[in-house]
Design a protein around this ligand. Sequence first.
Ligand code: ATP
Ligand code: MG
Length: 231
Amino acid sequence: ELPPIRGRVAFENVSFRYQPDKADVLHGLKVEVKPGQRVALVGPTGSGKSTIVNLIMRFYDPTSGRVTIDGTDLKDVTLSSLRSQMGIVLQDSFIFSGTIEENLLYGKKDATREDMLRAAKSVRVDEFVSRFPDGYATQVEERGSKLSIGQRQLLAFGRVLLADPKILILDEATSSVDTETEQHIQDALNTLLVGRTAFIIAHRLSTIRDADLILVIRDGRIAESGNHDEL
Ligand code: ATP
Ligand code: MG
């Protein structure tokens, strides 16, 4: 059982391969992230960014070395105690068929309506939902077109804000949205990230600029690290 997370995440000499007979895709990764830091992962396709976040979520265990949270080896904690304290927002935000309210409450079923509205307002979900005749009772579909890409992303942010995880993994959407939506997403993201350790597979320049730590991944190694001014 993992105690309540403070948010320090460390990779201690982590190497990883997906199959025993294949080559390593991560080579002796070493990095320590302090509670509340924003980490931007950048680098070419196939360099290992998703693999790094896969290890933090413990979808896989390192082939050698360890990944720790607050000093505890992830191998020694239950998956449920780990994942219940982590939030994940993928590129194509996961929406299921149901109402907007149900989508927001996913992961935090015991939240009050007040909690839900507060979260929805602070990530600007309220602005578009209040324009729907049925408001939060509006039915949305998994692949439906009722919501734009930007709105789906904001909805996913609202869901994570309600669940309130200490560690957040975000695979930033690459899809282009208009400038106004872009600004809304940026504002919402800034709200969402307060007080959380975040690993962001970053595509937006603004996200990279605002990161406390940028890790440039190349061929499964940290080729460069530092903040925007340093790199
Ligand atoms: P992208 O920017 O395209 O998402 P990435 O930096 O996230 O790339 P990874 O997905 O971490 O890269 O891939 C790192 C390496 O591991 C690549 O060589 C890739 O082919 C390999 N790889 C990724 N997932 C698997 C898997 N499930 N099984 C085997 N090899 C994999
Ligand atoms: Mg990837």
